[in-house]
Each structure stands twice: as C-alpha cells, then as structure tokens.
Design a protein around this ligand. Sequence first.
Ligand code: 572
Ligand code: ZN
Length: 349
Amino acid sequence: MAKNNLSAILYGINDIRLENTSIEEPGDNEVLLEMGCVGICGSDVHYLVNGRIGDFIVKKPMIIGHESSGTVAKLGKNVTNLKVGDRVAIEPGVPCRMCNFCKEGRYNLCKDVVFCATPPVHGTLRRFYKHAADFCFKLPDHMSLEEGALLEPLAVGVRTCKRAEIGISSNVLILGAGPIGLVTLLVAKAMGANKIVLTDIVESRLKIAKKLGADDTYLLQKDKSEKDVVADIHAIFGDEPDRTIDASGVQASIRLAILATKSGGIATIVGLGAPEVQIPLINALVREVDIRGIFRYVNDYNDALNLVASGKVNVMPLITHNYKIEDTKQAFETSKAGGDVIKVMIHCN
Ligand code: 572
Ligand code: ZN
C-alpha cells in the first residue's frame, strides 16, 4: 500500500500541482479510503479554467475531484455498514442531516451540504481520503472501481430520468451528447423509454450516442432556423417527443427543448450554462409543458449501482482516456480538449 498521500491541488487558474498532503484520521462515523478511480467532471475543468462557477470561487488551494471510488482502509469506531477491504463508490455530497430538506429526504437541497471539490471543500483526487461511511456504497465483487466512480455521473442521469418521469411510452429527446446526455440516454433506455433521439453539434459525439443505443441522432447546424429544426425533430420521431432533456446548458438548445416538447409534456433542464437565458415561457405555459430542473442527485446512488450491477447499464464505454494520478495535468489537458473525449478517468493507486 502506498504510504504517501499524493494529491491534485488546484491553486488557481490553470495551476494544478501534485503535492503530498497528510492522511486524515477517520471520525467515528467515517472511513478512510485508499482511493481507486476519480473521473474528471466538466465542473472540475471549469474551476481549472475559470477559477470559479458562479459564486463558488477557488480562493484557497483546493484538492479537485468528486467522481470517485476507493477501498476501505480504516474504520471509524461507530461504523458497522462496511469493513476494511470493501470497495465502495463515494457519494460526494454529505448533507447536514438536520434541516427540513434533509428530514424530508430532499437532502440535495440542503444549504449546508459539504460537497467534494466545491470551494472551499477539498475533493477526492488523492491517494487517501476520509468520507462519511453512510455515503459510501459497497460495490459487488463483479463491479470495478472504474464503474464505481462512474456511478456519480450515472446518478445524475437517474435523477434526471426520475424528474422527467420517463416510462415505457416516453419518446425522449436529449439535447447534448456529452457525458450527462449520454448517462441520461443509458438510464432512459434502462427505464424502458419507447424512442430516444440525441442531438449535438459534434458528429463524433452522435456516433457514440448511437453506439450506446440511441434510436436516432440529429446534427444541429447553426444556419437552420429554430422552426425548421423543431420540424426536423418531429419528423424523426414521427410524432412530438413528450419528454425533452437539455444536457447542454446552451440557450439555443434549451429553447429547442421547450419548443419541441409535445403539449402536456415535460422539459427537463440538466445542463447549466449562463445564469440567465431567454426562453419561450408563454409557449410552454399555454401548452402545459412543465419545465423542470435537477440538482445533483438524492437517494439515487443505490439505483445507479443496481443498474450497473444487474447489467442493465454498461457505463464502461463512457471512458475514453485513462491516466495515473501522477499524470493529472495531462489528464486535465485531455479533458479540456473536448471533441472525442467523453470521460477521462484517473487512477489513484
Ligand atoms: O456531479 C455533480 C455536478 N454538479 C454540477 C456540476 C458538475 N457536477 N452542478 C452544476 C453547478 N452547481 S452550482 O450550484 N455550484 C457550483 C455549487 O452552480 C452544482 C451542480
Ligand atoms: Zn460532476
């Protein structure tokens, strides 16, 4: 077992450094984990490139990473749900457990949540990390640490499909074939959706969507009018999609999601971009199209785990690149480049 605690620390814009940090003692209800895999999320890249997301600003050096898995190395004295050697997926946001949101079971809305790699909270991209034992999910023997780390974005897909009320008769349009659009595709398929179509501005991403089981894809082109694109989408479905999901956060795409939704349907917005966007609100209102948002996930990790453990979802094709923690800088350069890159996975030990 490696004894140092090499950690990937974000010091400021485009300044990631690998340094040794101290190995923490787990609290009574925590476990110390020997970290396995950490996937790079769009938000990690955003903090690296911009030093902030909205009001969350990297003011002090912060260890990056929140899509993670590891192996239990030490137990806090009250921990009974895990044992040393268990491999786990880590749900990265630990809520206060005391507020009304927590008590109602909507702990994703807790204002005092401690969420990995959201400033000023340190993240998981290090050799050793301690975490609340009840936010660690034991992996069955046939699941890998890579799959464990991928449960984090998959849980976002699960939350999205629950909010979107996907069912066996759903005709689903997903706008954006990046990691979140693709996990949403995987979950919507597993939930039995009737037809799923993905759109993107990058052809190679649509190819991946097809490989992952999209029934059809549509390449968005800048010079086409909104009206024509909506007509094209309706033609692909041979109907109007009753569930649309924007996984891009781009205004033009959010507008398309709303306009393309069948009257009485649901448009769910997952991708977050600019804080304010112009949308055809009245069009949605008079057609009783519900517009919904999602915030991370809530009680979705078990479902994500079961989807993978049962073989209903295969997340492994999402991984396009692998790096060792020592090569974190290159890993982030690759992730920044985009294009054919879907998920960059970093191996910590
Ligand atoms: O995997 C969870 C996750 N959540 C993201 C982004 C990336 N990954 N969110 C978007 C940004 N918000 S936030 O409220 N914030 C920076 C805390 O704007 C959180 C959810
Ligand atoms: Zn994330």
